[in-house]
Design a protein around this ligand. Structure first.
Ligand SMILES: Nc1ncnc2c1ncn2[C@@H]1O[C@H](COP(=O)(O)OP(=O)(O)O)[C@@H](O)[C@H]1O
Ligand SMILES: Cc1cn([C@H]2C[C@H](O)[C@@H](COP(=O)(O)O)O2)c(=O)[nH]c1=O
Length: 274
């Protein structure tokens, strides 16, 4: 049974201090959603492994304020190009963790405004409520200390946009005993590291997903930007990006570069004529 999904409230239905629930219309697929009602709730000690994943967790420990937290955290990383199913995988893992009775919350970058701010949404339209944040460092304060201590699993989507990803993950897993599941792009449109790779040395598992090349249907590991914009961060979907295989990445970039050279030459010629 899904126990507790901690997420920001739209209608401010606060059931316990610092633990905000909104069991509202935004969770249509959660027929067995049960909010926490006991203000003294303490996460149970579990010794089993969840059936759908290899995540394990250990006994919680109480700090000097009586807060309970796990001693051993974990970090799991899901990477791949756009349209590879990163958000879908994260969403399914979070649902599964929640169904296994763990307290979960999802964070996404507030830079990604594509489908509204308060949900993570897959390219297929599946969604779950989330905390949209500019920086991960604000999470504890936003969710409240008590709720943070009760949290067992933290999902992070669009992780490439968080500059403090490494600091947050290492603290959450090493010190606070959280299981952190991180989904994001490993590479940008130029196939340069996009920040998520920084946390691989501190992760227990890394899953690289693939999409389908839009040009030939083969496995796609890269994201081609179809437009001429050159800034690294450019929030957009299929209008601007497509997943491609190596061959079509190289030819696609080649076409773009050739077009740019032609345009530049044309501009210079026009300027020298005027
Ligand atoms: N070229 C493609 N290859 C694979 N999936 C695609 C493609 N184009 C659209 N999709 C859809 O995108 C879904 C994955 O969406 P999502 O989980 O949001 O991916 P990501 O978070 O990696 O961008 C797939 O289930 C599929 O229906
Ligand atoms: C390649 C690339 C992507 N982005 C942006 C585009 C989207 O808003 C997100 C990725 O979303 P998804 O969930 O993986 O589909 O990142 C970018 O800003 N810069 C890039 O180079």
């Amino acid at each position: 049974m899904m126990k507790s999904l901690i997420f920001p409230s739209r209608t401010a239905s606060i059931l316990i201090p610092n633990l905000v629930f909104n069991p509202s219309k935004s969770l249509p697929s959660f027929s067995n959603f049960i909010p926490i009602r006991n203000p003294n709730f303490i996460p149970q000690v579990r010794s089993h492994r969840s059936s759908s994943s290899s995540f394990s967790y250990s006994s919680p420990t109480a700090d000097e304020n009586g807060h309970c937290y796990q001693t051993e955290g974990e970090i799991h990383v899901i990477v791949g190009p756009m349209f590879a199913g990163k958000t879908t995988t994260l969403l399914h893992r979070m649902k599964s963790e929640s169904s296994n009775g763990r307290n979960v919350a999802i964070i996404k970058s507030s830079k990604d405004t594509r489908y509204g701010l308060d949900s993570i949404v897959t390219h297929d339209g599946e969604k779950l409520p989330c905390w949209p944040l500019e920086a991960l460092s604000s999470f504890k304060e936003r969710i409240g200390l008590e709720a943070y201590h009760k949290l067992e699993v933290i999902g992070i989507d669009e992780a490439q946009f968080f500059e403090d990803l490494y600091d947050f993950c290492i603290k959450a897993a090493d010190h606070d005993g959280k299981t952190v599941i991180v989904a994001g792009l490993d590479g940008d449109y130029l196939r340069r590291s996009f920040g998520v790779l920084d946390i691989i040395p501190i992760a227990e598992s890394v899953t690289k997903l693939k999409a389908r090349c839009e040009l030939c249907g083969k496995p796609a590991f890269f994201t081609l930007r179809k437009t001429e914009e050159t800034e690294r961060e450019l929030v957009a979907g299929a209008d601007v990006y497509m997943p491609v295989c190596r061959k079509h990445y190289v030819s696609g970039q080649g076409v773009k570069e050739a077009a740019r050279t032609v345009l530049e030459t044309h501009k210079v010629q026009c300027r020298s004529l005027s």
